[in-house]
Design a protein around this ligand. Structure first.
Ligand SMILES: Nc1ncnc2c1ncn2[C@@H]1O[C@H](COP(=O)(O)OP(=O)(O)OP(=O)(O)O)[C@@H](O)[C@H]1O
Length: 232
């Protein structure tokens, strides 16, 4: 991100931010409202900056939407905000056909990824009949089928049972694409290469997890211990 400025409905979220997230696995932490989700949307090219540029793997994601689709994938907390199509197969094939792949090739790629996740019978399954955890898995497969260079995770495990969370985290950790993981669950990023602490749209601290997380935790406990809600 270079000289990034971005406002939403009059609220200045970022003003001249510079940040390079080229480490393999980066955790992003910060209080509610610090700008994490807006940063995720900007990195994925779902929103365009008012000024400055965001480049992922050489692609300017806000302007080159087609290239951005196969460069960066994003997983949200709520899969229902992400899923568009009635069946699993259509959901998995959509990104591929919009990249110019013909229907038969897209179907094969979708079947391949379903087989990889041990769900060969899901192609024609209606998504409304899947559980929340299963829908998360569909979203993850829809991202992976595009073979992106970077995956942005915006609290994707909230509401999932522990076994599913551990399994999905384990899977994501072993992947080749870079990860930018936004979370309030500090344990899930302790083993990452780097943690960036966002505070009111600026970088408060940036470094290895064992340097950043203890300072963050101490400050949050200190703030939480006071009866002052004015800073929310
Ligand atoms: N549609 C909007 N209109 C106006 N302001 C907005 C809008 N969306 C977000 N904001 C503001 O932008 C700032 C950053 O919001 P953001 O959703 O990125 O926070 P966050 O760090 O993801 O918070 P949380 O941890 O609660 O999810 C907040 O001050 C928020 O009020």
């Amino acid at each position: 991100m270079r000289d990034l400025s971005y406002a939403r409905e009059g609220h200045q979220v970022f003003a001249g931010l510079n940040l390079d997230l080229s480490d393999h696995r980066v955790g992003i932490i910060g209080r509610n409202g610090s700008g994490k989700t807006q940063m995720a949307r900007l990195i994925a090219g779902l929103a365009a900056p008012d000024a400055g540029t965001i480049t992922v793997g050489g692609v300017e994601v806000a302007t080159d939407r087609k290239a951005a689709l196969s460069t960066v994938g994003i997983l949200f907390q709520n899969p229902d905000h992400q899923i568009i199509f009635p069946t699993v197969g259509e959901e998995l094939g959509f990104g591929l056909t919009s990249q110019g792949l013909d229907k038969a090739a897209a179907r094969q790629r979708a079947l391949d990824i379903l087989a990889r996740f041990n769900r060969p019978d899901w192609y024609d399954r209606p998504i409304h009949g899947l559980s929340q955890g299963q829908r998360h898995l569909v979203c993850l497969m829809a991202v992976l089928v595009m073979a992106p260079k970077l995956i942005v995770l915006d609290e994707p495990f909230a509401g999932l049972d522990l076994a599913t969370t551990v399994r999905l985290s384990r899977y994501l950790d072993a992947l080749d694409p870079g990860l930018v993981h936004i979370t309030h669950d500090l344990d899930s990023i302790r083993g990452y290469d780097r943690v960036v602490w966002l505070d009111q749209g600026t970088i408060r601290m940036d470094g290895r997890p064992d340097a950043v997380l203890p300072v963050y935790e101490a400050e949050m406990r200190d703030r939480g211990g006071r009866d002052d809600f004015a800073d929310l």
